[in-house]
Design a protein around this ligand. Structure first.
Ligand code: S6P
Length: 593
């Protein structure tokens, strides 16, 4: 059997880029693959998360040093769980990292409540709760905001374990928080979670600050020697779609945070030993979850095909879920806008019980607009009446959900579209097909049912189901958009340019695809952002923040800039080309040939 492809680990492979921004050699041709081909590529890519280190360059998820640090951090959390007075464990991040922080903090808070323990977990997401459900990329650049939100969350606390997540070791918001922790060592133990080696942390100046992400990491590395700060940054390999850290980055974040909190909680309340062996067993349980999920390649590809078909013909994909699986649906849907330039209606999530079930800090957000309507009732009211065969609906549930309710919902949806599918997880030994399950099966055109054996460790089987569901939904939304032509090779060509990281990524992509120098590519990007044939001196090249603010009101700026670069045409002509051929991949192919 062939060994894993380790091309990306070579020092000559895209040497100027950190791992999280490199393009993955495994998915170079994903844009031309069939649904099943896409799923196989994603499987290989996700498999890289658990590859062993070669002792040369990168720490990996299962590396001894990573496991050791996980144990040490869990011990700090254990201390807080045992003596929660005036103490807090804060999980924080931007975009997907903040959403996963929310998911994990909520789950573990609920667990504490169930055993009558005081709550110690809290989450912070850049941009506040609206960012749980929609793309809010600008606050990611705001280090001061990060610091203020952390300060507010920790008011009056005497001991705080702060876990800041930035997959790319790049978000100024998180750098600002870590810097704040480092300035107050009497209260804070800072922990950084990300997926690049420390020396690849971003070194770009941060507005209004004297530090960069990298300089913060350097300070942490010094303190790490005496265990006053911790860095957990294994490489998980480049993302399947370059830079799309919602995928492996999000999955690995979920794994690491859950392993820390699960082992800490087991140690605090069940006197379970907190050792490297136990921690490794937890990690391997997640590896198993990935393997079990991808053993259903054919069924996953049916779902990808259905999503692609709907998206291609202007239809929608709706995830209707229960409990935390529904939260994963909401998260996955929210990420399609910044990644693929998708409209909020293209892929939408709904959760039984709406905001009561979501249980977010700020409560119901429905007043913010139609994209914040998330309950099943809202789905019935605003989506169901216009649902047709062009649309795909996916039910997400487990055997502990109310199957009567699932069946009733399936019946109503089936009256409007035949593209109704289900993802259903059930526990070991529960193989009896209930009447209700049979009803659901008969209504659905496909049902991906996974029976999970009882886990060997204390890991909650629900957390494995969640990871499995995350992988499936990422495959469906990514695969669907690939089939729609939203990806060129393995690049997001219709990415939003709404923060400095995305702006830099867009400029790099233009250079790569057009072969033109950086200055010319930025010029084209700015023409597209400011809708201007001639750039005036009022638009200084260096003010990236102003550009990202302006880009907030524009769509398809990267495709436009690319056409400008490849054809040398006017902005007007480039726009008309895009009008005629909305499949961006096709436009790129034509221009390149
Ligand atoms: C990525 C996602 C983004 C990132 C966010 C934070 O697929 O759309 O919202 O999560 O930019 O990135 P990082 O590297 O700080 O975790």
């Amino acid at each position: 059997m062939e060994g894993p492809d380790r091309t990306w680990e070579s020092p000559d492979y895209e040497p100027s880029l950190p791992v999280s921004e490199k393009s993955n050699p495994l998915t170079r041709d994903i844009d031309q693959a069939s649904a099943i081909g896409i799923v196989r590529m994603l499987q290989a890519c996700d498999g890289q998360m658990f590859e062993e280190d070669t002792a040369v360059k990168y720490q990996r998820l299962l590396s001894k040093q990573v496991v050791q640090t996980l144990v040490e951090v869990a011990k700090r959390v254990e201390l807080i769980l045992k003596d929660p007075q005036d103490s807090l464990v804060v999980l924080s991040g931007c975009g997907t990292s903040g959403r996963i922080a929310f998911l994990v903090a909520s789950r573990f808070s609920r667990r504490l409540k169930d055993v009558n323990q005081s709550s110690v977990y809290s989450y912070i997401i850049a941009g506040g709760d609206r960012a749980l459900l929609s793309s809010q990329e600008a606050p990611e650049d705001d280090a001061k905001l990060g610091r203020l939100m952390l300060k507010e969350a920790c008011e009056g606390k005497k001991r705080v374990v702060f876990i800041g997540v930035s997959c790319g070791l790049s978000a100024p918001f998180v750098a600002g928080q870590l810097d704040f922790c480092l300035r107050h060592p009497e209260v804070f133990t800072p922990v950084l979670v990300g997926f690049n080696p420390a020396h690849q942390a971003r070194d770009e100046p941060i507005e209004g600050c004297t530090f960069t992400f990298r300089s913060v990491v350097q300070r942490m590395l010094e303190l790490a020697q005496s265990q006053r700060a911790f860095i957990i940054s294994p490489a998980v390999g480049p993302e399947a779609i370059s830079g799309s850290s919602r995928m492996k980055g999000g999955s690995a974040t979920k794994i690491l945070l859950e392993v820390i909190l699960s082992t800490a909680q087991a140690a605090a309340f069940s006197r379970a030993p907190l050792t490297e062996t136990v921690t490794l067993q937890y990690l391997l349980a997640y590896k198993n979850a990935v393997d079990v999920t991808y053993s259903r390649t054919e069924q996953i590809s049916t779902l990808v095909e259905a999503a692609g078909k709907s998206l291609r013909c202007g239809g929608r994909v709706c995830y209707l879920g229960w409990g935390t699986l529904a939260v994963l649906g909401l998260i996955d849907a929210s990420e399609c806008n910044p990644t693929f330039g998708a409209d909020y209606e293209d892929i939408r999530g709904f959760i039984a019980g709406g905001y009561v079930e979501l249980d977010n800090n700020e409560g119901p957000l429905t007043s913010l607009g139609p994209d914040f309507s998330i309950s099943h009732e809202e789905f019935f009211r605003s989506v169901l009446p216009s649902l047709t065969d062009r649309d795909t609906v996916l039910l997400l549930y487990t055997h502990s959900d109310d199957l009567g309710e699932v069946a009733a919902l399936a019946r109503r949806v089936r009256e409007r579209t035949s593209s109704l599918h289900a993802i259903y997880h059930r526990g070991g030994g529960d193989n009896a097909a209930t009447d209700r399950q049979e009803v659901i099966d008969n209504l659905c055109s496909s049902a991906l049912k996974i029976s999970w054996p009882s886990p060997q460790t204390r890991i909650s089987v629900h957390m494995q189901w969640e990871l499995s569901t995350k992988l499936l939904l990422n495959a469906i939304s990514t695969g669907g958009h690939v089939l729609k032509g939203k990806v060129y090779r393995n690049h997001m060509v219709d990415v939003q340019v709404t923060n400095s990281k995305l702006y830099r990524r867009a400029a790099r992509l233009l250079q790569k695809l057009s072969g033109h120098p950086k200055s010319r590519c930025e010029e084209a990007l700015l023409k597209a952002i400011y809708q201007s044939e001639q750039l005036t001196s009022a638009i200084p090249l260096s003010d990236v923040r102003a550009h990202t603010v302006a880009a907030n009101h524009r769509s398809r700026v990267v495709p436009l800039a690319l056409i400008l670069l490849l054809t040398n045409c006017s902005l007007k002509e480039a726009e008309s080309r895009l009008e005629q051929q909305p499949i961006i991949r096709e436009v790129v192919v034509v221009c390149l040939s």
